[in-house]
Design a protein around this ligand. Sequence first.
Ligand code: COA
Length: 342
Amino acid sequence: MTTVSFSGLSLAPVEPSDEDAIRQWYELRSAVVSADAPDDPPPCWVYELGSFRHPPASEIQAVWVARVGGSVVGGCCLDLPMLDNQHNAHGEILVAPEHRRRGIGRALLAHLRAEAARQRRVRLVFWVEQPLDPAAPDPAGQFAAVSGARPALFQTLRRLDVGSVEPAMLARLNEQARVKSQGYSLVQWVGSTPQRWLDDIAYLEGRMSTDAPLDDLQWDPEVYDAARIQAHDARSRARGLHMVTTGAVDSVGRLVAFTQISGYATARWFGGQWNTIVAPEHRGHRLGTLIKVANLDLARTQRPELRVIDTCNADSNPYMIGINEVMGFRPHRRATDWQLDL
Ligand SMILES: CC(C)(COP(=O)(O)OP(=O)(O)OC[C@H]1O[C@@H](n2cnc3c(N)ncnc32)[C@H](O)[C@@H]1OP(=O)(O)O)[C@@H](O)C(=O)NCCC(=O)NCCS
């Protein structure tokens, strides 16, 4: 895609102290979600405000709002990892539904490319959600395809209709998993990681970036320690996230597997599946199933209004997909990481 300057478009960074600009960004995102993914939870104000007020310790995040004649027509974000992946950047572009197909997306991409290059990044990665039906309208996929990016990691977002899960099926899964996982015990918590598990969670978080398939995505191993986990937890609190975690502990007292479900301060009917990982030498004992079934139970107890949980897996990850399908998660949307070499 060639660089196009869009006449009359002004781009202004959103400062964490500027609540009016943060609200404009939030309203833009709300309009985009309601147009493109009306069955998703509406964006949560506590989450958006907290994201600006409590930036991550591990990366620099910049957000711009684009205006034409004073009206917000779009916006974009650039995330620059600082502890690892210092050649990479993550981008996001939003164009207000009534202002699409006028070149604003192109102009925002040109801006992100220039900013990322200025920060000495060699590639930009975009997370793009696309419909399952190849015949359905796919503005984001079409946009990505003409941008010069290439699809690097193919994923499918699966959705669980929590009300349709049969307790007898979960009990059966739990029983089968318990038989194969003797010698392990479960621990659960709500909120931040307890001090005693910080190092083990840091190890497992780091492995998420090497053990989950990346296909052609050029993403370096991420580096975690206890301090990074604590900073991450503090940010989750600031964003109003309700985190529910289940872990498995081995016979010598190490946490060797964990899984998490997040919930927003608003839209309490919705849960997001975060990481699930079993340490390599503990795989094959049904720990993945054991912790996921137990965590679903805890999440439902914590939030009886929970109706939907979304999870996203690489299409090349049959083990995780197998567990999710057995639990009742069903394909809902495609999600692709597109990589643009700068
Ligand atoms: C994807 C998105 C950013 C595109 O914004 P936009 O301002 O409409 O994009 P542009 O007008 O600059 O389009 C550039 C090119 O992308 C392609 N494109 C964009 N939307 C398209 C659509 N609905 N159908 C087919 N092609 C499309 C076209 O090739 C277009 O060039 P053309 O208009 O000269 O044919 C916008 O649809 C959006 O905000 N979607 C929701 C958020 C999102 O998914 N962002 C992408 C992930 S970061």
